[in-house]
Ligand binder design. Structure first.
Ligand SMILES: [Zn+2]
Length: 133
């Protein structure tokens, strides 16, 4: 944890949820899909995961990966695949997947190429440098 700690007005649970929300939003921004209705999907997930992590505080480090998967599932129904793989130059467009599905330090992984692409929250480092044509 951050040795300076969260601000006194925010408890550890809120900090976890805040961080998870920020990481997934950063990836949505990186994928250029952070419209208002998409952001509300993140809020919905965070609300559900708040309950989940209250029941199981030991799972707090899993929350970012879970929120990312919730949003991915919700987007698949409404918009289609997200986030699209930025590393495979050819072939059908395909989405990245979160690994581990239930664990700390979640990453976006391309199963086709078999590579870790970026940590959840760090997709901009991979996609941000490229202009989409
Ligand atoms: Zn790929």
């Amino acid at each position: 944890m951050n040795p300076t700690g969260p601000s006194p007005s925010i408890g550890p649970l809120e900090q976890v949820l805040h961080t998870a929300r920020a990481r997934v939003l950063a990836d949505l921004v990186a994928g250029d899909v952070a419209q208002a209705d998409v952001v509300s999907l993140v809020e919905d997930s965070v609300t559900q995961r708040r309950w989940w992590v209250e029941q199981w505080p030991d799972g707090s480090s899993f929350v970012a990966g879970l929120v990312a998967q919730d949003v991915q599932d919700a987007l698949l129904e409404k918009y289609g695949r997200w986030p699209l793989c930025p590393v495979c130059p050819t072939g059908d467009p395909h989405a990245l997947e979160v690994e581990p599905e239930l664990g700390p330090d979640p990453h976006w992984v391309c199963h086709k190429a078999g590579v870790k692409v970026a940590s959840v929250g760090s997709l901009a480092a991979v996609t941000g440098g490229k202009r989409r044509s």
